[in-house]
Every structure is written in structure tokens, then in C-alpha cells.
Design a protein around this ligand. Structure first.
Ligand code: CA
Length: 137
């Protein structure tokens, strides 16, 4: 999907496109993704224009943006959306079609009122990574 479709899809079916909070979160994301896919995936990081700040789709305040070397470079002056590739992030043209990583907030049954975020990789066709498919309503 292109980035905006991925955002819409994640918001409809999960909580939102994935946010990365820290190195642990990045490792978990890579582990989810790399089960059988090594390519680029959209995450929730994006911006409205070349001068605009980078923001997360879910309004997260996370400042963890593990840019690959020389990134973000806004190559071609239209790279406003962000992928994870090779364990780092890179800005790309939002019109590219990639699988995306959504997340779901859900109660952690072993925690004490804390939540954990389950990440799910979405492709065309949709592949379910860490949550069972929800019944059709
Ligand atoms: Ca780039």
C-alpha cells in the first residue's frame, strides 16, 4: 500500500501505524517483520512537507528516529514518509507501495495495568503476524 492507505488501514483494523519508542521497540519490530520478509516496511513516521517536523501517525512524542547514515535526505524533494530497512529508518516518497507495520494496544494480562503493543505486518494480501484474524462483523 502507499503510506496514506496504510495509515487508513491500520487505523481501521488496528490502533495505528507503528511508532518506535526505543532500541528494544525497534528490535521487536524487526523480529516481527523478519519472520519471512526482509524488505522495506512503512511505519508511522511522516511529515507534511520539506520544512515540516517529523511526526508520528499516532501523535506519539517519541523522538527515537534511528536514521540510516545520510538520512533523512529528502532525495528528489518528495520524501515525506518513513520506512524501516536494514534496521534503520529512511525517508521515501509516500507513493511507494510497501507492506506496513500496524500496532494494537491491548492489555497485558501478565502486567499490572500496563499495556503492551502488538505489532502486525500488513501486506497485499494481508498477512497476520501476531494477532489472530478478527471475526468478520
Ligand atoms: Ca531518503
Amino acid at each position: 500500500m502507499i503510506w496514506s492507505d496504510a495509515q487508513m488501514y491500520c487505523r481501521q483494523h488496528y490502533t495505528d501505524l507503528a511508532t518506535i519508542d526505543d532500541h528494544m521497540d525497534l528490535s521487536e519490530l524487526l523480529r516481527s517483520v523478519h519472520q519471512d520478509y526482509k524488505g522495506n516496511v512503512w511505519i508511522g513516521l511522516h511529515r507534511k512537507g520539506a520544512k515540516a517536523p517529523w511526526i508520528w501517525s499516532d501523535q506519539s512524542k517519541s523522538t527515537f528516529m534511528p536514521w540510516a547514515p545520510m538520512q533523512p535526505n529528502n532525495y528528489g524533494s518528495n520524501q515525506y514518509c518513513v520506512i524501516v530497512a536494514d534496521g534503520a529508518v529512511n525517508d521515501l516518497d509516500c507513493q511507494n507501495k510497501f507492506p506496513s507495520v500496524c500496532y494494537t494496544d491491548r492489555a497485558d494480562t501478565e502486567g499490572e495495568g500496563t499495556h503492551r503493543r502488538c505489532k502486525t505486518v500488513v501486506e497485499n494480501p494481508i498477512r497476520w503476524k501476531c494477532l489472530p484474524k478478527e471475526p468478520e462483523v
